[in-house]
Design a protein around this ligand. Sequence first.
Ligand SMILES: Cc1cc2nc3c(=O)[nH]c(=O)nc-3n(C[C@H](O)[C@H](O)[C@H](O)COP(=O)(O)O)c2cc1C
Length: 225
Amino acid sequence: MAMMLQRFDISPVDGSYELVIGETLTMKPVGLRIRAERRNLSTGMPRRRGPAACKEPILRRVPPSTDRRPLLILYGSNRGTSESFAKRIGSEAATRGYAPVVAPADGYACGVPVDIPFVLVTASYEGLPPNNARRFLAWAESLPAEYARGRPFAVFGCGNRHWVQTWQAVPKRLEAALAKAGAVPVVERGEADAGGDVLASFDAWSAGLWGALATALGGKLDGKN
Ligand SMILES: Cc1cc2nc3c(=O)[nH]c(=O)nc-3n(C[C@H](O)[C@H](O)[C@H](O)COP(=O)(O)O)c2cc1C
């Protein structure tokens, strides 16, 4: 998987594909076909750069496919910290009765499915998004006001206070963009400082996430519908 992601820029064949989660022994997207475009290996960058070629912002609807409530956990990460936190949230979500999907944010750069709460975990680099969250940030900042009205979301940022001017720049921008579009943060944005105790910050934030999420989803203490 790591080699594939390093060598190819992966996108859905059908841009209007609606996520259907199939469950057998593992969870999988049903009927999802992908296009793999070879990256420029000399730079590691995708050949097509810049914001997503989305004609308009889309919040796709997901038909309920399981008795578990889907939870989308997106990350922006160059060095793996945010990605590992996203995966930890995914593991914890599964034990709490959710059907989690953990993915790089740019996998949803043309829209997050309607009806699914989402959690974002992202770093900042010189005030800019990590490589796999650039198009997602562009999408979020392109949303019209009230477009995502009432959508529950949560943001956790990995940063370093050493970057004084741009400390947590990307998590802040994402939070602001989504709030402007009417989405509702279920919990205060979390912050981890790579110069401090990152794990303790994450644990403290995620401890508050689950109750807040359950409250936002109707007061139930687990993820079941
Ligand atoms: C070159 C470089 C630039 C960075 N710029 C910022 C920044 O602008 N703001 C910030 O809060 N943290 C900044 N950081 C800290 C990273 O965001 C932090 O180490 C984060 O945990 C990395 O997450 P990742 O492993 O998921 O990529 C920077 C780190 C590096 C190495």
